[in-house]
Design a protein around this ligand. Structure first.
Ligand code: AMP
Length: 533
């Protein structure tokens, strides 16, 4: 039961155990409803999220940023901690998670470690088990979102569909539960999309490869040109028009031509989404930085408008003539958009089942000066503020030349061969590790490489053969990410060996400085300038 300090975390842990011990959906709903009803308002959101195995709402895109090494260290110091600590409450756990996620700067790894060790140190064994599962996002404890949604509806005495609709808009089941319990059906209805109140944009994941895209999208996907501009949403009701940026800032004054365009669209109320791009005289996109001048400028917009004309490409419609299209599958939203505006303001697009067609379309997009493609699943509703596989971004891969520092013995089909290569960039006289990969080579190539690596062996551990860094490989990757796993602080996302660079000496491998430069560049494009706009 709630104490003065708040509801003990152990109550929530007990709930998850009871939920796990029954397979009956109705029983689960009842347990959830009873539990939620007795929580104070501020605990509802955090409790719901923890029970469905989330730490933060999906719409927030926040992460703990805790790696395996930090967790190990936190656990071992937690074991030595006093156990006479005050019992944890649900809010304590929530606050600790917030603190860990907020840690930033030079000392952040240590700060996260300290916070995590203190949290785990206060937890009892069953509590710690639930915490660990949440941290690894592998919460097969508790319940899935569907059951939770129904439990929330029961607790609040409202229709499950109303909860579902609100969840689609907010992308945060914790907040939905809070609103349902405090405001009931009216509170939920108020969450519906309203014109002139900006909607959090749906986000895309980077595609690993095109086969993954087709597979995830059920064999057919729609691919659109991905424009390197600024995302905007255009709201109109009668003559009133407002334009919002991706960060939900009102940028109406910066884009008068978009406002003029919106007034010509033959409808009285809508919310359209698209990208504005700066164009040169020949109709080719100009660099992103130039577009940003349009957003930074407050005065003399008219002069700048002539100097840097904008071009609008629309790709979605979220509201039309009084009705929210958020729950409507993308194929119908697109059809509505196509019926509403001229073809020349639409993103260029094909629907395809073929990898080769996507490749050809990617080439066409690049040749026209755009950034790549977006692949969208035809049946997906618009997931407000969420990043997922319903939308994929497809960009041509970048490559880095790195040296192999070590290799791990493979498992399964690769038993007996060195297969997982440790990759390093040059840093003065030494090397900085930036990831591992076992992808990209054929079996034969892997065997040949193994022979060369064995000849370069310096020492061996049970699973790893360390080598003199002499073999240079070109690694294709999709993104450079910050990573706590390596001392370098970086890791390559979706790294695969593109080819072995026999033509290069290790002295010619890419450097740590270059890696950092490339990392910074990733942000220059869609970085602070526009986000602040
Ligand atoms: P990124 O910023 O790399 O995560 O890519 C996602 C961004 O691409 C979106 O936020 C939009 O600003 C932009 N974008 C360009 N073209 C499209 C398109 N056809 N559909 C959706 N987003 C697009």
């Amino acid at each position: 039961m709630p104490t003065e300090a708040g509801t003990p975390f152990s109550d929530l842990v007990e709930l998850t155990h009871r939920l796990e011990s029954t397979t009956k959906r109705l029983e689960k709903r009842k347990l959830i409803a009873e539990f939620l009803r007795r929580l104070p308002r501020e605990e509802v959101g955090p409790a719901v999220l923890i029970a469905i195995g989330r730490i933060f709402p999906e719409a927030d895109q926040k992460a703990l940023n805790v790696g395996w090494a930090t967790l190990q260290k936190a656990l071992s110091s937690a074991r030595q901690a006093r156990l006479d600590a005050r019992p944890l409450t649900i809010l304590d756990v929530n606050r600790a998670f917030e603190g860990i996620a907020a840690a930033s700067g030079a000392d952040s790894v240590r700060a996260r470690l300290r916070l995590l060790a203190s949290l785990l140190g206060q937890a009892t064994d069953p509590e710690r088990e639930v915490l660990m599962k949440s941290i690894f996002g592998e919460m097969r404890i508790g319940v899935n979102e569907g059951v939770m949604l129904e439990g929330i509806a029961d607790a609040a005495g409202v229709d499950a569909d109303a909860v579902r609709a609100a969840h689609m808009v907010l992308g945060d089941l914790g907040r939905v539960a809070e609103v349902a319990l405090s405001g009931g059906a009216t509170g939920l209805a108020d969450l519906q999309l309203r014109l002139f109140s900006p909607v959090k944009p749906m986000m895309a994941e980077t595609a690993d490869d095109l086969d993954e895209v087709l597979k995830e999208h059920g064999g057919t996907t729609a691919v659109e040109f991905k424009f390197d501009g600024a995302r905007i949403q255009i709201h109109r009701q009668g003559d009133a028009v407002r334009v919002f940026s991706r960060r939900l800032t009102d940028v109406t004054e910066s884009v008068p031509e978009v406002v003029e365009f919106a007034r010509t669209v033959p409808a009285t109320s809508f919310l359209l989404e698209g990208e504005v791009v700066a164009m040169d005289d020949r109709g080719r996109p100009r660099p992103f930085q130039e577009l940003m001048r349009r957003f930074r400028r407050v005065h003399e917009i008219e002069a700048l408008r002539r100097e840097i004309p904008l071009r609008l490409y629309l790709f979605d419609v979220l509201y039309l003539e009084g009705r929210s299209l958020i729950p409507v599958p993308y194929r119908y939203r697109w059809a509505a958009l196509e019926a509403l505006v001229q073809a020349d303001v639409l993103a260029k697009r094909i629907v395809t089942q073929s990898r080769a067609e996507i490749e050809a379309f990617l080439k066409e997009a690049m040749e026209a000066g755009h950034e790549g493609l977006m692949a969208k699943q035809l049946d997906a509703p618009y997931s407000v503020g969420k990043r997922g596989k319903k939308w994929f971004k497809i960009k041509p891969a970048d490559t880095l030349d790195v040296a192999i520092l070590a290799a791990e013995w493979g498992h399964g089909r690769r038993t007996g061969t060195l297969s997982n290569y440790w990759l390093g960039v040059r840093d003065g006289d030494g090397w900085q590790m930036i990831g591992k990969t076992f992808k990209g080579l054929t079996d034969q190539e892997r065997r040949d490489l193994m022979e060369r690596l064995m000849a370069l062996k310096t020492r061996e551990e049970p699973w790893v053969v360390h080598v003199r860094p002499e073999v240079v490989v070109a690694i294709a990757y999709n993104e450079i990410q910050r990573s706590p796993h390596y001392e370098s602080g970086f890791a390559l996302r979706f790294a695969r060996v593109a080819r072995v660079r026999d033509d290069k000496d290790p002295g010619e491998a890419d450097t740590y400085d270059r890696l950092k430069e490339l990392y910074a560049k990733q942000f220059e494009r869609k970085g602070a300038a526009y986000d602040e706009a």
